[in-house]
Write a protein of this length. Structure first.
Length: 138
C-alpha cells in the first residue's frame, strides 16, 4: 500500500505544474531583469545586479525585445536595436521565434507568470527573469 501512496504523492507534486495558456502571454509585455541562468550541466549563475534589462512587448503573438538601461530618475536609456519575434504553439508548448538580419533562433517559454519568466534557448540554457522594479530616488 505504501508504494501506491508514494506514486500518488509523486504524481500530485509533478503533475500540478501550471501549463501556460495563450492568455498568459500578455504577462510578457513589460520590463524584465535577468535573475539567474541555468546552464546545460545544471550549474547556475546568479545576477544580483543588472545595468541593462529587457523590455518586451507582445501584441497578437508578435512582439519585440530591446535592451534598456534604467536611470535613477525612473526613466530609461534605450537602444535603437530591437529583436522582433513571433510566438507560436507546438504540442501545447509556446516558443518565441526571433529573426534578425544576421540570425534566426527560438526560445521555449518554460514558465510565465505576472512576475516571473523563464526561457530556454536552443543551447539548453535557461534564463530566469523577474519583473523589473524601477528605482526612483527623486
Amino acid at each position: 500500500m505504501r508504494p501506491l501512496y508514494t506514486l500518488i504523492l509523486c504524481l500530485a507534486l509533478f503533475g500540478c505544474k501550471d501549463k501556460i495558456v495563450k492568455s498568459d502571454l500578455n504577462f510578457i509585455t513589460g520590463y524584465w531583469e535577468i535573475e539567474k541562468v541555468t546552464l546545460p550541466d545544471g550549474s547556475k549563475k546568479e545576477y544580483p545586479v543588472n545595468t541593462s534589462i529587457d523590455y518586451m512587448e507582445v501584441n497578437n503573438l508578435m512582439g519585440f525585445r530591446k535592451k534598456v538601461q534604467p536611470k535613477f530618475n525612473g526613466t530609461y536609456d534605450t537602444s535603437n536595436d530591437a529583436e522582433l519575434f513571433t510566438i507560436y504553439e507546438r504540442d501545447g508548448v509556446f516558443f518565441m521565434n526571433y529573426k534578425t538580419e544576421l540570425s534566426e533562433w527560438q526560445e521555449k517559454i518554460v514558465s510565465l507568470s505576472k512576475n516571473n519568466l523563464s526561457l530556454k534557448s536552443e543551447d539548453n540554457i535557461t534564463y530566469h527573469y523577474k519583473r523589473f522594479e524601477p528605482i526612483n530616488i527623486n
